[in-house]
Design a protein around this ligand. Structure first.
Ligand SMILES: Cc1cc2nc3c(=O)[nH]c(=O)nc-3n(C[C@H](O)[C@H](O)[C@H](O)COP(=O)(O)O)c2cc1C
Length: 382
């Protein structure tokens, strides 16, 4: 096994050099443009206020990019929002807490986009009751758009198309405390946001995030949940524009060579398995600051508010020129994660409450827009 791994590593290094030289050409010819088209579609609009705001809502951050939203348009000005049961993450997110956070981000972007067009979004959350402990067929929200030129426009909306999840290692450069304060202040009332930027606590949170990541990647069932929705290279991403996209010249080349495949990622003796583990760990180490958020209780409505705060903080970070990368492993609620979960709460929420988000922030090179399914694909018919 060791020699096989050695061969693959040499191959990878050679490819890295070749691929680095051709990154610009790749961006022109091999970027999964069709899967990124919904970002342009939102900018252009459809000429209908409700669809125009929904076009921004589907750009919301969401776990594993599962895009679990299903939208049933009702009448001329309303819609009902449902969770697609085929797009949940039962292993890593058994109670769909993170999925609901993604819906909170969706509704916040809808609200902001509507206000931009002189409309108010009237949002009734969980109109048939909060589904607990698991999501069910009951709606997440009923939403109605009401023309209202007094609906205040939100300056954060200006960053909606620039917002990215950026998994690159970040520069050493520290993040100014005043910038962290401004980002924290983007959270909505009821969600407490804070930052970690001093050396001793940074080290503790990095260790926590890395320990938790090793548990998630090391367990067959949680790793496989990710691998199942991992797309390698342009063709796979465009065929299925949801899930985790591995794009870029190097990854695409490794995919073409059969080094980076889903099968190899699942083999603990392979380079693909090891490199995935190592790349995420390397990113965790290269972190000058963390942001986190807490709610005092953990109702579905709290999770929605946490999601609204999440995207607002991420938009604020984008506005500050900061890269933003959530690290959710230690906050996950499956049994093997119990120790890091407890440690996360002792470290970050010693006064009580539920930690809803943990993200690294810092300075880094750009990340590409993540794939999205077109809005039409998430509209329920009939
Ligand atoms: C609740 C939640 C948890 C997330 N957790 C992680 C995580 O642990 N690691 C990660 O790399 N990305 C995480 N993400 C980011 C998503 O993978 C990302 O939003 C999605 O792939 C779409 O990409 P985009 O944010 O660039 O549009 C999370 C997002 C949300 C909303």
């Amino acid at each position: 096994m060791a020699s096989r791994r050695g061969v693959l590593k040499i191959g990878s290094a050679a490819l890295l050099l070749t691929a680095a030289g051709s990154a610009a050409a790749w961006a022109l010819t091999r970027a999964p443009k069709a899967a990124q088209a919904p970002w342009d579609a939102a900018a252009k609009g459809f000429g209908d206020a409700r669809l125009d705001a929904l076009a921004y809502a589907i750009l919301a951050p969401n776990p594993h990019n599962m895009q679990p939203w299903r939208v049933r348009l009702t009448g001329e000005d309303a819609f009902t929002l449902h969770a697609d049961p085929a797009r949940l993450l039962p292993e890593t997110d058994p109670f769909s807490r993170q999925i609901v956070i993604g819906f909170g981000a969706f509704l916040e972007l809808f609200r902001q986009a509507a206000a931009e067009k002189g409309a108010r979004a009237e949002i009734a959350l969980f109109p048939e009751g909060e589904p607990k402990p698991y999501l069910d067929a009951r709606p997440i929200a009923h939403v109605r758009l009401v023309a209202d030129s007094s609906a205040p426009r939100d300056p954060l909306f200006g960053h909606a198309l620039a917002r990215r999840t950026n998994r690159n290692p970040f520069e050493k450069r520290a993040v100014d405390a005043t910038i962290l304060e401004r980002i924290k202040s983007a959270a909505v009332p009821g969600v407490f946001a804070d930052a970690v930027a001093d050396a001793a606590r940074l080290a503790e949170v990095k260790k926590l995030a890395d320990d938790a990541w090793r548990i998630e990647w090391g367990l067959d069932r949680t790793r496989r949940e990710t691998i199942k929705v991992t797309r390698v290279g342009r063709r796979e991403i465009e065929e299925n524009p949801y899930g985790i996209a591995l794009a870029g010249p190097l990854l695409e080349a490794l995919g073409g060579l059969g080094v980076l495949t889903r099968e190899n990622m699942d083999d603990p003796d392979s380079t693909a398995y090891e490199q995935t583990l190592a790349n995420y760990s390397a990113a965790i180490v290269a972190t000058p600051a963390f942001l986190f958020s807490i709610t005092s209780t953990n109702t579905r409505a709290d999770q929605i508010e946490a999601g609204r705060s999440w995207v607002r903080m991420q938009l604020a970070a984008a506005g500050e020129g900061l890269a933003f990368h959530p690290l959710s492993q230690a906050l996950q609620e499956f049994p093997e994660m119990e120790e890091p979960y407890r440690r996360a709460h002792a470290l970050l929420a010693s006064g009580g409450g539920i930690v809803q988000m943990l993200a690294r922030v810092g300075y880094a090179g750009d990340a590409p827009p993540a794939p999205r399914e077109p809005l039409a694909a998430r509209l329920l018919k009939g």
